[in-house]
Design a protein around this ligand. Structure first.
Ligand code: HEM
Length: 344
């Protein structure tokens, strides 16, 4: 589908820029790598095309931007308060239920600093489309991953019920905490070290503002708009690139005996990227279901646009190439081919 789209790209670009084809017409052309309502087979999933477009279009503009970064982090902070030990003790629990969109105070906590804008943008959608906050929040997370070129399709489910309770405090790992404590916290979520090391790679498209405000907007790798594995290699080497910030916890993961073996699995070449993308997608799916009964939900992954594979936008296709650079022309072509209706 991707190559077909590339073949038709030149003509499509020419027409759209000359006569300004309307969004709906472009969506129906069948070549955009973007499923339409007619393409979607499960009737439960059809209404989700409009919600997908509201997020991918109005909020992300089809790109990896500050709203997509914040939405991915939001998905973690919503789900990551899940606790097996609290559940076993019958205590209030967190989980992937969208409470961060509903409770007015949660987003004001220090640990959630920086997510106020994305929360205010997503907040109206549950009521507007008559769906749950948890479904909207976690669709925003999986679409956020996909909006960053190189990001995989993460299986996306709908049907979560209303928010269960306000997330308990002190359950989101802090970057200054020790690696054993952070590992324990992930284990208590039900997330293994291997899964946690895959998830932490989402820092490939991240920025910091509050750990050290003197370096506000610094990124965690040199390619913050691309979903690649440079984060792992650059953090491990502790490169000193201008504008790049290292979180103490990320440096710890690269070198601590509890985590370095699983961390190192993602330092490497284009073939390593493929492994990471696959493992990341599985781990993010698990995260998005914490505290939910997956058997009661509906898999609506069929609404998701096509992924842009890193191998298709790098200067080399060789699987052995380590951290290959992205070719800007290939990137622009891939965005047009698979995100055209949302780009602005
Ligand atoms: C040990 C676990 C983690 C720690 C300690 C941690 C810590 C942080 C910190 C301190 C920031 C910068 C916040 C700011 O100052 O603006 C950040 C950003 C971010 N984190 Fe994490 N994180 C962890 C795990 C994760 C996971 C599992 C995900 C997603 C699956 C994630 C996704 C992100 C994203 C996308 C951003 C960028 C947000 C933005 O640019 O607005 N993090 N993280």
């Amino acid at each position: 589908m991707f190559y077909t789209s590339i073949r038709t790209l030149t003509l499509a670009c020419l027409f759209s820029s000359v006569i300004g084809i309307a969004t709906q017409e472009k969506r129906d052309d069948g070549n955009s790598g973007i499923p339409t309502v007619d393409d979607v087979k499960n009737p439960v999933c059809k209404p989700w095309i409009a919600i997908r477009d509201a997020i991918m279009g109005d909020i992300y503009h089809g790109r990896c931007n500050d709203n997509t970064r914040a939405a991915i982090r939001l998905a973690f902070h919503d789900a990551g308060t899940f606790s097996l030990s609290r559940e076993a003790a019958g205590q209030d629990n967190g989980g992937a239920d969208g409470s961060l969109l509903v409770d007015p105070n949660e987003v004001l906590r220090d640990e959630n600093n920086g997510m106020q804008t994305i929360v205010s943008l997503l907040k109206p959608l549950p009521e507007k489309f008559n769906v749950s906050a948890g479904d909207v929040l976690h669709l925003a997370g999986t679409l956020g991953v996909l909006a960053c070129p190189g990001g995989p399709v993460v299986k996306t489910f709908v049907g979560r019920g209303p928010v269960k309770n306000v997330n308990p405090t002190n359950l989101i790992p802090d970057t200054h905490d020790t690696i054993p404590n952070i590992v324990n916290r992930f284990n208590d979520m039900g997330i293994s070290v291997r899964e946690a090391m895959a998830l932490i790679g989402s820092h490939t498209c991240a920025r910091q503002r509050f750990v050290d405000p003197a370096f506000a907007n610094d990124t965690f790798d040199t390619t913050p708009d691309i979903w690649d594995i440079r984060f792992y290699s650059e953090t491990k080497r502790n490169d000193s690139d201008p504008g790049v910030f290292r979180l103490p916890s990320d440096l710890g993961f690269a070198h601590n005996s509890l985590t370095q073996k699983d961390y190192n699995r993602f330092v490497g070449s284009l073939s390593t990227q493929e492994n990471w993308a696959r493992e990341y997608a599985d781990a993010h799916e698990k995260l998005s279901l914490l505290g939910q009964d997956a058997d009661t939900l509906t898999d609506c992954t069929e609404i998701m646009p096509e992924a842009i594979h890193l191998r298709d936008i790098t200067v080399t296709h060789s699987g052995g190439a380590v951290d290959p650079a992205v070719d800007p022309e290939k990137l622009a072509a891939a965005l047009q081919a698979t995100r055209s209706i949302w780009l602005s």
